[in-house]
Write a protein that binds this ligand. Structure first.
Ligand SMILES: Nc1nc2c(ncn2[C@@H]2O[C@H](COP(=O)(O)OP(=O)(O)OP(=O)(O)O)[C@@H](O)[C@H]2O)c(=O)[nH]1
Ligand SMILES: [Mg+2]
Length: 233
């Protein structure tokens, strides 16, 4: 099965080349059938790096995101371009693990329709789950677990894997970071077969976080409540 990695970039000039190169080499060396779809909303030179990385590589595509930009909008743009049977949103700041992506692919090939990673279960090594951001994230995730009666403990992390047909069926509409929970929670209610595995997640070393936890909490909560009680499937 071919896997499309959707990689959003917003002003990641320090990461663009290294993230694309790492993923490209890692997956090529292991004989994985893949494509990298970079979706850019930058104004700092990231776009030029992505364009030059795309050149001469058949399975690398760089496209521009939306106006106004948004994380969810960028992923949705990537979904329309993706040609793979498996879709993996993958952060552009090297925080997600390619070894975990391999495990995701294996599980989808074994019959799961969605695979979720968790930073909060035994076996996970997640430096990004430390501190106040991690604590708030765990609290929010515990609430979502109760609401959706799921044992999956990290819905708010977008690094997950889906069969393409799940995305095509759900037709996500969110523009922000809440797109990750939108797809996963609708997928759970639609009874797609899923499993959760521990993952590694690293804190970024360079550049700035684009995610404000204070802005995303209300949007995560309202998205989860809307999906749970108004069943906007
Ligand atoms: N195309 C696009 N990419 C975005 C947008 N917002 C964020 N990104 C990218 O999405 C990825 C995740 O964003 P981060 O800022 O790292 O969010 P985070 O991982 O929650 O925050 P940190 O813990 O600080 O890394 C990064 O590769 C960003 O460059 C956007 O509006 N458009
Ligand atoms: Mg990050």
């Amino acid at each position: 099965m071919k896997t499309s990695f959707i990689i959003p970039f917003k002003d990641e000039v320090q990461y663009a080349e290294i993230t694309m190169r790492n993923a490209y080499l890692f997956l090529s060396e292991r004989g994985i059938d893949f494509e990298l779809v970079a979706v850019d909303d930058s104004s700092d030179g990231t776009w030029e790096i992505l364009q030059s990385f795309e050149e001469g590589r058949e399975n690398v595509v760089a496209v521009k995101g939306g106006n106004p930009p948004g994380y969810g909008k960028a992923l949705r743009k990537g979904f329309t371009v993706a040609t793979g049977d498996i879709i993996i949103p993958f952060n552009g700041d090297l925080s997600d693990s390619l070894d975990d992506a391999l495990a995701y692919i294996q599980l989808i090939e074994n019959g799961y329709e969605m695979v979720f990673g968790s930073r909060f279960i035994a076996g996970a090594t997640a430096t990004s789950s430390a501190g106040i951001k991690g604590f708030i994230s765990q609290l929010g995730n515990a609430f979502i677990q109760l609401l959706f009666c799921t044992n999956s403990s990290d819905m708010t992390n977008s690094f997950k894997a889906y069969r393409k047909m799940v995305i095509e069926d759900i037709k996500p509409t969110e523009n922000g970071y809440n797109i990750g929970i939108e797809i996963a929670l609708k997928g759970i209610l639609k009874k797609y077969k899923y499993t959760t595995i521990p993952i590694s997640c690293l804190e970024r070393k360079y550049g700035e976080s684009k995610m404000s936890i204070l802005k995303t909490i209300p949007s995560y909560l309202s998205t989860a409540l809307k999906i749970r009680f108004f069943k906007t499937l």
